[in-house]
Design a protein. Structure first.
Length: 127
């Protein structure tokens, strides 16, 4: 068999392997997709802003960068109260993303929901 016949047979798989290992950059979202994402985020923020009042009890807590809290663009600590995830405010000694990578974490919380935030008086993770 001639080398000119073998060369494409050898080089083609190598070229395909090389291109499959390169970084695949995502195409930017179309205007329609971007608008839909913004609409969902805005609706979720409106729902969070509508939650007001004092809350005390066991509630789900999550990291803002998780696949659970899809309604925010901000990483951080969130508690689910009144059907919405609200960012936890207060000096509680929490890390920036306390529950990152953990799902199903619950905490006994006490605080006030207002302006889309949860002003926390106390928070204790429960088993």
């Amino acid at each position: 068999m001639k080398i000119s016949t073998l060369l494409p047979i050898v080089l083609l798989p190598l070229a395909l392997a090389f291109t499959s290992c390169t970084k695949n950059e995502e195409a930017p979202a179309s205007d329609g997709t971007q608008n839909a994402i913004e609409d969902v985020t805005n609706a979720a923020q409106d729902a969070a802003n509508a939650v007001v009042g004092m809350f005390e009890g066991v509630h789900s807590v999550e990291c803002g960068c998780s696949d659970v809290v899809t309604t925010t663009k901000d990483c951080g600590n969130y508690v689910q109260v009144g059907g919405a995830y609200l960012e936890i405010e207060g000096d509680l000694g929490l890390g920036v993303m306390e529950w990152c990578g953990q799902h199903g974490v619950n905490a006994q919380v006490k605080g006030e929901a207002k302006d889309g935030k949860f002003m926390t008086e106390s928070l204790t993770v429960v088993p």
